[in-house]
Write a protein that binds this ligand. Structure first.
Ligand code: BES
Ligand code: MN
Ligand code: ZN
Length: 493
């Protein structure tokens, strides 16, 4: 999807489709009024007839209009003229983008930046319009024998002359974010036999080769051994694919400035290991690297945009498979931190690879560390597909991430990780067990990670429910790239 700034009057826009708003109470938006004059009242007549009301998200395509430069007009319900809720604007952006897709319109000019949204500015509207358009245009057909071969669509954003500079700058960010999100979705949608730990590492290395400010290093199993990463290696034992620990160091800020460190769970297929999962729906465990995909996506967006901040991405990548050499329930391993872990369930592998990656992350002297993981089925039960689970050992960091979620529309919700829960991880044989029973499954997973993050400010995002959709729209969502990108960009202001 290509985005551009458009100036001038709505009726002068040369485009396949001009998108204009209709308010509640049969009131035309400023742009709708402009074309209505050029069309001798035909828009007002359509609205008066009741063919479209102002209900946010309703769309009506007028396939043939003469008298303006645009070939078609899409009327979109945009609610009250004096201002609408942010959630309604998001809904409007999505349905307009969806309608363009339904009508196979590959190029359009939108006038929806003129709509007033409560507590939101122009930059926010640019982000929402562009990300909704990019998301709707996304296709994953790498493995279809007949690929669509479609050229990218184009969306022009009409704005007032005074706003052009802001919109232009915001479009630079929007393009970077859309590209990062697309990469995250592509990586996640790729099947487990294509997207292996090696594939993740190669993707990261290619990004590093393309961008001066991004340095990528891949640590092999031998070196993990030397570093004492017994927990990460215990998961990799069951797989023929070599595990990789990928670090991506983006240096956009001052040399001495402490980085934000993002750690992403990269289990490229989770069968459960010896504690094998039931067969139904197991294919979806190719998505168990969505944390890693989101980290690589954010790093790609930053490298493309070049903001003045330091960010490090860390991705422990492995498969979790059953094998004669795989870890068994009851096995005890020593993590890089020195703490020992009794593996009661080999399906609780995410925390095992993350704990060593988190210990490793201390060497970057981080300002904050945020891990992102499809960690627990319990999080899907608790929050569904709408919010990611957030746990943190620092209230300011938690509040900042929640706020980034609200702004971006990629929301999270906080769960406690009080000491009270820690005893569920007690083991008679080791320093801790890797599972804490059925009760509060997402929280005890967070409590496990908390034992490895005492040296810095840390937050954990459980994206098990938000990272992909199941059912007929099965596929990666690209979340939480939007939340993380917003958080990082906001830190610089
Ligand atoms: N990758 C899964 C979590 C998961 C399950 C994410 C379903 C999305 C949908 C994770 O490795 C796992 O298997 N977790 C176990 C933990 C349990 C053994 C304590 C789970 O949630 O069942
Ligand atoms: Mn698992
Ligand atoms: Zn897993």
């Amino acid at each position: 999807m290509e985005f551009s700034v458009k100036r001038g009057q709505p009726h002068q826009q040369k485009t396949a489709c001009l998108i204009v708003g209709v308010h509640t109470g049969k009131a035309l938006s400023t742009s709708a009024n402009d074309i209505d004059r050029a069309l001798r009242g035909s828009i007002a007549r359509v609205v008066k007839r009741g063919d479209i009301a102002g209900k946010p998200g309703d769309c009506l395509l007028l396939p043939d209009v003469g008298g303006i430069e645009g070939e078609r007009v899409m009327l979109v319900g945009v609610g009250r003229r004096d201002g609408i809720a942010a959630a309604d604007y998001v809904k409007i952006c999505r349905s307009a983008a969806q309608a363009l897709k339904t009508h196979r319109l590959r190029n359009a000019v939108t006038t929806l930046l003129e709509i007033t949204v409560k507590e939101r500015d122009l930059a926010w509207k640019v982000t929402q319009l562009t990300q909704a358009a990019a998301a709707a245009a996304y296709r994953f057909d790498e493995h279809k024998s007949k690929s669509s071969g479609a050229v990218p669509g184009r969306l022009g954003l009409l704005c007032a002359d005074d706003d052009a500079a802001t919109v232009r700058e915001q479009l630079r960010r929007a393009r970077a974010l859309a590209e990062g999100t697309r990469l995250a979705r592509d990586l996640a949608n790729r099947p487990g036999n294509v997207c292996t730990p090696t594939h993740l590492a190669e993707t990261a290395l290619e990004l590093g080769a393309r961008h001066e400010a991004l340095e990528v290093e891949v640590i092999e199993e031998e070196e993990m051994e030397t570093l004492g990463m017994g927990a990460l290696l215990s998961v990799a034992r069951g797989s023929r694919q070599p595990a990789k620990l990928i670090t991506m160091n983006y240096r956009g800020g001052e040399a001495g400035e402490k980085p934000v460190v993002l750690v992403g769970k990269g289990v490229t297929f989770d069968s459960g290991g010896i504690s094998i999962k039931p067969g139904a729906g197991m294919d979806e465990m190719k998505f168990d690297m969505c944390g890693a995909a989101s980290v690589i996506g954010v790093m790609a967006a930053l490298a493309e945009l070049g903001p003045a901040i330091n960010v490090v991405g860390v991705v422990p990548a492995t498969e979790n498979l059953p094998d004669g050499n795989a870890s068994k329930p009851g096995d005890i391993v020593t993590s890089m931190s020195g703490q020992t872990i009794e593996i009661l369930n080999t399906d609780a592998e995410g925390r095992l690879i993350l704990c060593d990656a988190l210990t490793y992350s201390a060497r970057f002297e981080p300002a904050v560390v945020i891990d992102i993981a499809t960690l627990t089925g319990a999080c899907v039960v608790a929050l569904g597909e709408h919010a990611s689970g957030l746990m943190a050992n620092d209230d300011t960091l938690a509040a900042d991430l929640l706020a980034a979620g609200e702004r971006s529309g990629d929301r999270a919700w906080r769960l406690p990780i009080w000491e009270d829960y820690q005893q569920q991880l007690d083991s008679p044989f080791a320093d801790m067990a890797n599972v804490g029973g059925r009760a509060a499954g997402s929280i005890t997973a967070g409590c496990f990670l908390a034992r490895f993050t005492r040296q810095y400010r840390w937050a954990h995002l459980d994206i098990a429910g938000t990272a992909w959709l199941s059912g007929k729209n099965k596929g990666a969502s690209g979340r939480p790239v939007g939340l993380l990108f917003d958080y990082i960009m906001h830190r610089m202001q």
